[in-house]
Design a protein around this ligand. Structure first.
Ligand SMILES: O=C(O)C1=N[C@H](C(=O)O)C[C@H](O)C1
Length: 317
């Protein structure tokens, strides 16, 4: 960025579809860096705006430090070559350790933001969540995107707390994944905080959140049919509502098929079936997806979307 130019607002820096890349594994179980690099280029070629390294979908929790660095180096290199925004996942339920991890992201100064979960398992009060992000924003060399996913963290963060987080200098946005378009989601998007990007983090609700004005999404389902996800975001932005509704319906069926078993098993199964990664392997405690789930999702992606017989209640993260 030209230092003489003022930075664009966060909602502009982070708009569009960001793909949180899987970590492909080779047959011997090591990280397949070449396949990761190809995948990163493919999704950008197909219309993704940006990439996320070390999201949940990357199985970051079961990569060791060297592997995390290697994955981030690959994704950062592709983002640099393609002038695409890069978001890097970091953080745990330990404020001090998360601050140290964020300081370590100095190695990738070109990154747009760090994606940091609400502290999980410990279940601090909402005031504790604000104190956690206050300390992290002070320590971090990168702006923060708060990852709000109560089904994984066990901690609900209501709209008032989200507004307090949005006021913190260095907090750029939220990846919002609350299992619904609930009243707090509607209230947040009805009156979005200044210079704050609301990103959908739950693929089934992407169309609805884009309709309400979300700037973009971090969507693992967008590994598959990437161009259609990009079209969906663009159609809502340009007011092509009939087209957006139809696309949204089709892509929601695809997303449900891709999340029918714990993520990223099915996505990796489909990427492998498409010949884009060398194995469908995931690391324990995750198990590979069943062939029935992979076939249903592969079929949904193939048959022009929306053909898979997936029940509305299907879904398991
Ligand atoms: O890795 C991510 O970032 C995402 N993970 C979510 C999850 O596994 O719950 C899903 C979302 O698409 C992005």
């Amino acid at each position: 960025m030209n230092p003489m130019q003022p930075a664009a607002p966060y909602a502009q820096q982070l708009d569009g579809i960001h793909v949180p890349l899987v970590t492909p594994f080779a047959v011997d179980g090591s990280v397949a860096c070449d396949a990761l690099e190809s995948l990163a280029h493919q999704v950008l070629d197909d219309g993704a705006t940006g990439l996320v390294a070390l999201g949940t979908t990357a199985e970051a929790a079961t990569l060791d430090e060297d592997e995390r660095r290697a994955v981030t180096d690959v994704v950062a290199r592709v983002c640099r070559e393609r002038s695409a925004p890069l978001i890097i996942g970091a953080g745990s339920n330990d404020t001090r350790a998360t601050a140290a991890a964020l300081r370590g992201l100095k190695a990738w100064p070109e990154a747009t933001a760090a994606l940091v979960p609400v502290p999980y398992f410990t279940r601090p009060s909402e005031a504790g969540v604000v104190a956690h992000f206050t300390a992290l924003a002070q320590a971090s060399p990168l702006p923060l995107v708060v990852y709000n996913i109560p089904s994984r963290t066990g901690r609900t963060v209501g709209v008032d707390t989200l507004r307090r987080l949005a006021e913190l200098p260095g907090v750029a946005g939220v990846k919002h994944a609350v299992g619904a378009v609930d009243a707090d989601t509607v209230a947040l998007l009805a009156d979005p905080p200044a210079d704050f990007a609301v990103l959908c983090g739950e693929d089934d609700f992407a169309s609805a959140m884009f309709a309400l004005g979300a700037a973009g999404g971090i969507l693992a389902a967008a590994h598959i049919a990437t161009g259609r996800w990009a079209e969906l975001a663009a159609a809502w932005r340009t007011g092509e509502t009939a087209r957006a509704r139809r696309l949204g319906g089709e892509l929601t069926v695809l997303a449900q098929a891709l999340f029918a078993e714990p993520n990223p098993g099915v996505i990796k199964g489909v990427l492998h079936a498409q010949g884009r990664i060398p194995t469908p392997s995931v690391r324990l405690p995750l198990l590979p997806a069943s062939s029935a789930a992979v076939e249903a999702a592969h079929g949904a992606a193939h048959d022009g979307l929306g053909q898979a017989p997936v029940s509305a209640s299907a879904g398991s993260r």
